[in-house]
Design a protein around this ligand. Sequence first.
Ligand SMILES: CC(C)(COP(=O)(O)OP(=O)(O)OC[C@H]1O[C@@H](n2cnc3c(N)ncnc32)[C@H](O)[C@@H]1OP(=O)(O)O)[C@@H](O)C(=O)NCCC(=O)NCCS
Length: 284
Amino acid sequence: MRLKRIYPGFVERLGAGLRSGATAGEATFLVLAAGLAILVHPGVYVFGAAVILSVLIGLGFAWKKGKGTDIPPQFLDELSDQNYTCQPCTAANLRAATETVRPLFGRENIDADKIEQWRLKNPQGFMEIVDTAGDLIACFVVIGLPNSFMQEFSAGGLTEQNITGERVLDMRSTKKQPAIYISGIMVKDPGGTAGSVRAHYLIWSMLMYLKHHFGLKIARRFHAVPITDMSERLVKNLGFSIKSQADDRKDKHNFYSLNVDLAAWKKLLCRVGDFRAGCKMRYK
Ligand SMILES: CC(C)(COP(=O)(O)OP(=O)(O)OC[C@H]1O[C@@H](n2cnc3c(N)ncnc32)[C@H](O)[C@@H]1OP(=O)(O)O)[C@@H](O)C(=O)NCCC(=O)NCCS
């Protein structure tokens, strides 16, 4: 695993090695005081010399031991203050996200060129979360589809593979739809502490996004077809329930739905917490 070194300052370094330094200093003092007393003669100079040497050796040990640690970079992300931005995805980041999940999705992976055709129809439906270096942390895709397609899709006769660029609605039309499709979600390196932090940012950003674009004064229905166990767990955790069973569907995945109005949105927000300080939302 790639590791990053943390470099402490002068005082922090001595502080970090204090325990080892103190042990080394005490041991040195005992050996020196006894040795000098026997070899030379007991007295204040002998005692003073033993103290000075022990303190110097103790400090040396503390300096050596407190030199810093190698830790996995993802924990650095989690430990440092977040400074993320959630904004419409660049074509390059969308492609990178598609390539990242390809091994998980196998044959069900939608081709990056096809997803780019979707994005061109509604760039605001494809959102990325990036850090200050511009590195992709997470992304989500929320699209509108014609009612007739949505009905057939939710009944199980059509699959995500049937979504073409022409079928994806522009943002203006998407906002008017009673049912919206959450097509993709991903976080960088899911699992573990840092992955969980990213998932929390993802959920919070999605909630901000849904409120911004859909208002939610009138309830909207959100649909999702999770194709991995991880995403199925997440949608269940968000309160989605199965609308059509995998066995009855062409894609052989459960089709989930969730009604969201302002009250439901507030409940979800309370559960995930307030991440405003760590993530700026840019909708255009
Ligand atoms: C799908 C994906 C984004 C889910 O992220 P995840 O980190 O695995 O999600 P988890 O279910 O572990 O949830 C992460 C955290 O959010 C919390 N959480 C989940 N739902 C929540 C909710 N509604 N409110 C508050 N917190 C919630 C969980 O409790 C968990 O926190 P914890 O680690 O402190 O227990 C991620 O696994 C991923 O990117 N997978 C690869 C791509 C993929 O499969 N995409 C789906 C395509 S259909």
